[in-house]
Structures are given as C-alpha cells and as structure tokens.
Design a protein around this ligand. Structure first.
Ligand code: AMP
Length: 217
C-alpha cells in the first residue's frame, strides 16, 4: 500500500448501486486502517431504530430516490466528530451528489477516489439476487456468493433490492451521482487527489485483487 494512504485523509468508494462497494469496503478498510462509513448503513440503522431522521429518510429509500443532501450532510458531519474518524475514513456510498462532495471537502481531505465500474445490464441481476445475514451483516448473492447452508435460512433481502426500485436507483445514479465522477477527475488535475478506476465486472476476489494492485501503486 502506498504510504500516503496512512495519512489522515479520507477515501471515497464510488460506483453505481450493486457495484460491490459494500463488499469491497471491508478489505479496503483493513488494508488502509480507515473505518468504513456507509451512509446507506447509517440510514438503515436510523430506520430500524425509528428515529425522526429514519422516518424522514424511509420514503426516499423505499422509492429508490436519494435522501435530501441536508439530511446526509448532517449525518456525516456528526459521524466525522467521532474519535475513530480523526485519521480519515473510507466513505462507502457517499458522496452521491456534487453538493455533498462540496460539503465534504469542507470537513475532510479526500486523497483517493476508487471508482468501481459496472455496466447497467449487470446491475439488476446483482442487486435482485443480493441477500444479507442479519446476524453478521455479511452480504451474499444467490448466484455469485451463495451462503453456507446453516446461514441461508435466516437471510433477508433489502426492501429496496427489488427490480422496480433498482431501476429508480439506477436513474438516480445516472442523473445525480455519475456527474460526480467527472467532478473528481477534474479536481484531481489541480490537486493531490488520486482517482483510480477499477473494472467491477469480475468476481469478488478478482475485483478485490484489482483494487489491491491499484492501492499498492
Ligand atoms: P446504499 O446502501 O448505499 O445503496 O443506500 C441505500 C439508499 O439510501 C439509497 O438508495 C438512498 O435512498 C439512500 N442513501 C444512501 N447514501 C446516500 C447519500 N449519500 N445520499 C443520498 N441518499 C443516500
């Protein structure tokens, strides 16, 4: 791993829904020593707890729409005050709009953006087959990563992982999130920011190796 990743700067894991960001984040977090900060996980926890924020966010999430920037920025600002964030974090699923990225740049320095590229036609199959173990948080896939038999009976499907909702999430990605990749590429021309792009079409191990190779450069 290159030494600059051990500094107090943050890393952004960027890509469409179903690109494997959550799956890859665990390894990257271990390799870089930075805690994973997933706005999706934080929102789902808030929905489960029934907090005011969770109640507000739920309708957007169920419809496959982005939660308003003000809510997300509030969540992240609070999270970044925690002790474990002082050395920078690994953002997973954040930022998702240019406005979020602009706000983020006021809170922490981003030194690396890892873009996982997966074409739309692969995304629906990936998301609709996705299952989660509620006990461990481990993510499986009915075809690409089947769960062991003692775990499979307790697996759950995320409420927004249905085909209809995936289409809305993909629309939101192309309209609101994808322009951010250009924004980061432009920013990398004028700053120390490094943007790397990884082909996310392979299996979990294969993509993981590609990312490790890039991190080691
Ligand atoms: P994820 O688990 O990252 O796919 O996020 C699940 C859902 O949470 C998304 O479809 C959005 O509704 C919401 N969400 C998560 N992160 C963000 C974000 N950074 N900005 C807006 N909405 C978000």
């Amino acid at each position: 791993m290159s030494s600059d990743l051990r500094t107090s700067t943050s890393i952004v894991l960027f890509g469409p829904p179903g690109a494997g960001k959550g799956t890859q984040a665990g390894n990257i977090s271990v390799a870089t020593g930075k805690p994973q900060v997933s706005t999706g996980d934080m929102l789902r926890a808030a929905v489960k707890e029934g907090t005011q924020l969770g109640i507000e966010a739920k309708g957007y999430m169920d419809a496959g729409l982005l939660v308003p920037d003000s809510i997300i920025i509030g969540l992240i600002s609070e999270r970044m005050l925690q002790d474990d964030a002082s050395g920078g974090v690994l953002f997973d699923g954040f930022p998702r709009t240019i406005a979020q990225a602009e706000e983020l740049s006021k809170i922490t320095d981003v030194s690396l953006v890892i873009m996982i590229e997966v074409p739309d036609e692969d995304i629906v199959e990936r998301i609709v087959g996705r299952r989660m173990d509620p006990q461990t948080g481990e993510i499986y896939h009915v075809k690409f990563k089947p769960a062991p038999s003692d775990v499979s009976s307790r697996l759950i499907q995320r409420k927004d992982d249905t085909e209809d909702t995936v289409r809305s999430r993909l629309d939101a990605y192309h309209l609101q999130t994808k322009p951010l990749s250009e924004w980061y590429i432009e920013a990398s021309k004028e700053t120390q920011l490094r943007v790397i792009s990884v082909d996310g079409r392979g299996g979990i191990e294969q993509v993981s190796e590609l990312i490790e190779k890039e991190l080691g450069r």
